[in-house]
Write a protein of this length. Structure first.
Length: 161
């Protein structure tokens, strides 16, 4: 279960890197080839959140194998460290994922406001659509990560408590 969890974490990191690079490339293409008011609004959330996705994706991708080795060491040498270190770590991961979901739900509501309330301002509509798309991606990814973490935490509690 430990290996499966950290393999999935690493895959999520890679997915975030890919999605972030796609968003950044789309925003660059829009700036270079289209460059109108609507596309300028669209490129802001695509590029900013895309950069954040790449950043967090790289961190997750790099840290997951290291953390897996550390946890495997806990299992071999001192299983009490699973209770003292790994279980609190996963609790913190779940809290972080829930904060990300709540933050991007707020941004999603803001995006809907930009799309429908400011329907006569193309820049804000573009900003809203870009924010809506990126927020939905982040919410979905963090939702599945939180579910995976909850399953792993339940397994840890059942096995080590």
């Amino acid at each position: 279960m430990i290996f499966k969890f950290y393999k999935a974490q690493k895959a999520q990191g890679l997915l975030f890197i890919i999605i972030g690079f796609i968003a950044i490339n789309i925003s660059l293409i829009l700036v270079i080839n289209v460059n109108n008011i609507f596309s300028n609004g669209l490129t802001i959330p695509l590029s900013i959140i895309g950069i954040l996705q790449v950043y967090f994706g790289i961190n997750i991708f790099k840290k997951s194998p290291k953390h897996l080795l550390m946890v495997q060491g806990f299992v071999k040498e001192n299983q009490s460290l699973m209770v003292n270190i790994e279980i609190p770590f996963i609790h913190n991961e779940i809290l972080f994922q829930k904060k990300m979901i709540n933050t991007f739900l707020f941004l999603n509501v803001l995006a809907v406001l930009f799309i429908f309330i400011f329907n006569n301002t193309l820049f804000l509509q573009g900003l809203g659509i870009g924010l809506f798309i990126q927020s939905l991606i982040v919410i979905t990814a963090n939702y599945f990560a939180a579910q995976r973490s909850q399953i792993y935490l339940k397994w840890l509690n059942d096995y080590y408590n």
